[in-house]
Design a binder for this molecule. Sequence first.
Ligand code: HEC
Length: 259
Amino acid sequence: MKKIFLAIVVAVGALSLTVGFSQAQTSDWTPGGPKHLYVKPKEKPAHHGVYDEDMKCLDCHKWDGTDAYTSATMSMKKTSRGRAPREVVEAAIRDTLKGKGDNREIYVLSTSFDNKPLATVAEFVMDPQSFNLVAMSEKQTEKLFHIYANPNVSLAYVKQRDDYMYFEGALGVQIVGKALQLQGTDPGYEEAARLYIPTLPLPKPNPTIPQPPGVDQLIEMIRPMKIITKVIPERIVIMNRKFKEKGYHAVQIWEPQKK
Ligand code: HEC
């Protein structure tokens, strides 16, 4: 009995060892990552997105050496079928992130420090032309230290679930970019503040009480107190099931035009 018990203990121990080691740490990372994270393209499911006729399964379902990894999303850049024209993608991004018409929305901002990620809920205002985003922050908050150490950030917007079948109406935006941290004395501060401040819920002018301060005055008030974070996107991915109705992929990629 004792022997059987011991055998079980040893077997369970060995099992947990293998489980423990199957998750590679980034230091053991090989280019492209492990094979088990890739789709084995044996049979194409009925819901598979469209792609150009001359393409092979492995054009997308293996590592292509262009990045640290191959993601499903970026493989969509290889096909022209299914990709919406730039104007359509831009209009969809604008429409999704328009907030209440003021281009102000709530995002989750991801930063990292010492290789450990942090996700912070933050309000950003988007410039509808450049898609740059600005946020005003109180000093000494954790994310500011993260950004100072590492300006690579990612933002996510998600339409909250309002019906039972969430995936039917799924709508989200994922942004990857560089964050600039602006102090009141920095040249870009005023421009960023002019984008941000008019979207703040200011009291309505009322002739019987003193007028609320104007934008110019407010900029001078926040200048010594607030840090402005400006995110310059390098890639925006929008996922909208509605794209499919027009024969496009649900996931579309926007990248800034090269100058
Ligand atoms: C243009 C790139 C591209 C080509 C070519 C391509 N795929 Fe895919 N495939 C994708 C992407 C992107 C996904 C992930 C889509 C998603 O789930 O939204 C995917 C997903 C899949 C999945 C997983 C579906 C699921 O729901 O889990 C299978 C299986 C698959 N592909 C098989 C194939 C086969 C077989 C071929 C060739 C006959 C093929 N693919 C060709 C891009 C491609």
